[in-house]
Write a protein that binds this ligand. Structure first.
Ligand code: C5P
Length: 292
């Protein structure tokens, strides 16, 4: 049996530079992997087929509609292997939360199956292609990297090895799902001068993280363009942001297309207090976690 952790991500930076002819948007984003994770385990079976068991998953989601099942179907199709496998997925990452939970599960499914069937290293390119077809964030989770710059739909990646002393993360999921498609659909792009200025911030932030020089004084470089279409219609997200600022976070930002909000805090004890306090807000899900 093989067991794999599928970690969540946050976006420390996300600017949308262009709407494309294929309906997607070009991004400049900074993904960072965090400690919150789902787990997947894989076991070969005697009976043929793909069996997916989901624990603590979203109610009503059919096995075939789960992205892990879709990833497995693609895997067996592309590599010409006869499926005879049982996959168990234990969910912990909130769903539809801007944390890439489904995408990370899909990547973990591909990585786990490649191990189970002992694919050679040369299969990496094929796996990456399947990943990009499954969703814009899936390729990031195929990388063994703490962070990466994402371009294109988010699938063109430049690894960043995180260095230096990094802040604690307090992550709050206010329980309201946000639909990525709708968020992008109602987005108004920034003007070209704005986008250029933001690009300078994006590159500066990436450089600081790579050189181990990201400090609370530079936390103002964080940005997420998708807050503009989400915040007006989601009071819960606005309130969580406000509360985390009041509690003394060094930076507070929505992740991806929301609705999760994360706070960065360089003072560990303060982060612990902040998480305890945030946990009292209407029973929202709160995680005290770190970059990893
Ligand atoms: O690729 P994924 O399935 O995660 O994207 C979900 C939806 O979000 C897409 O159908 C598209 O409407 C929108 N999207 C986008 N530009 C991106 C990523 C996602 O417009 N870079």
């Amino acid at each position: 049996m093989i067991k794999i952790e599928a970690r969540a991500k946050i976006n420390l930076f996300l600017e949308v530079t262009r709407k494309r002819a294929d309906g997607y948007h070009d991004l400049e984003t900074l993904f960072a992997r965090i400690g919150v994770a789902d787990t997947l385990s894989f076991r070969k079976t005697k009976e043929p087929g793909i069996r997916l068991r989901v624990k603590n998953g979203p109610p009503g989601l059919k096995q075939e509609d789960n992205i892990v099942h879709k990833a497995a179907v693609k895997f067996f199709g592309v590599f010409g292997v006869n499926p005879a496998v049982e996959i168990t997925l234990k969910k912990n990452i909130p769903v539809g939360a801007g944390l890439g939970g489904g995408s990370s599960d899909a990547a973990a499914a591909l990585i786990g199956l490649a191990k189970l069937y002992m694919l050679p290293k040369s299969a990496a390119g094929g796996l990456m292609k399947i990943a990009a077809g499954l969703g814009s964030d899936v390729p990031f989770f195929m990388l063994e990297a703490g962070a990466a710059q994402g371009y294109g739909r988010g699938e063109k990646l430049k690894k960043i090895e995180l260095a230096g002393r990094l802040p604690s993360i307090v992550l709050v999921y206010p329980g309201v799902p946000v639909y990525t498609k709708e968020v992008y659909g109602s987005l108004k792009l920034g003007n070209p001068a704005d986008i250029r200025a933001r690009r300078a911030d994006f590159l500066e932030l990436s450089g600081l993280l790579r050189r181990g020089k990201f400090t609370r004084e530079r936390a103002g470089l964080l940005f997420n363009r998708l807050e503009e279409p989400v915040l007006p219609g989601h009071k819960a997200v606005r309130l969580v942001k406000q509360r985390l600022v009041q509690l003394g976070a060094d930076a507070v930002m929505m992740s991806g297309s929301g609705a999760s909000v994360f706070a960065l805090c360089w003072d560990k004890a303060k982060a612990r207090r902040m998480a305890a306090e945030a946990g009292r807000i209407r029973g929202y899900r709160v995680f005290l976690t770190k970059f990893c």
